[in-house]
Design a protein around this ligand. Structure first.
Ligand code: RB5
Length: 149
């Protein structure tokens, strides 16, 4: 069973709680990187810690939430090896696994309702990367990180 890194700032805290309950009920192991209240907190340090939990291999995939999902995805994407996708629709959450091999799903607690968010979580976690021509494109993203592209 997959282990999932979870993180949020105050704008995504309530959504993170709902996702955690959902994942635990489904039998996933969860590593919670905070935050643990609605008190205002910066999203970048939480994104960095959760992202490192994914690239280190401690966690298989990650889910991060802030108000929009954007700031926390920008921060997570600064960690080498992270492909974080901010999604608010089912198609994108599915295809970012199929085509981009995204390893973190980001969502906005002020953008998506809990019902939709849990659908996005489920399709993200249950969809495998297609590889093939998409592997070349993902490798090119890595080459940008390495400075060879
Ligand atoms: C916090 O107010 C908000 O800016 C943050 O949660 C997020 O939306 C940033 O991208």
């Amino acid at each position: 069973m997959k282990k999932i890194a979870l993180g949020a700032d105050h704008g995504g805290y309530e959504l993170k709680c709902a996702i955690m309950d959902h994942l635990i009920a489904a039998g996933y192991e969860v590593r919670d990187y905070g935050t643990n209240s609605c008190e205002s907190v910066d999203y970048a340090p939480i994104a960095a810690q959760a992202a490192r939990g994914v690239v280190s291999g401690e966690c298989d995939l990650g889910i991060l939430c802030c108000g929009t999902g954007i700031g926390i995805s920008m921060a997570a994407n600064k960690v080498k090896g992270i492909r974080a996708a901010c999604c608010s629709d089912y198609f994108s959450a599915k295809y970012t696994r199929l085509h981009n091999d995204a390893n973190i799903l980001c969502m906005g607690g002020r953008v998506v309702g809990v019902g939709l968010a849990l659908e996005l979580v489920d399709v993200f976690l249950n969809t495998e990367f297609e590889g093939g021509r998409h592997q070349r494109r993902v490798d090119q993203i890595t080459a940008i990180e390495d400075g060879t592209l």
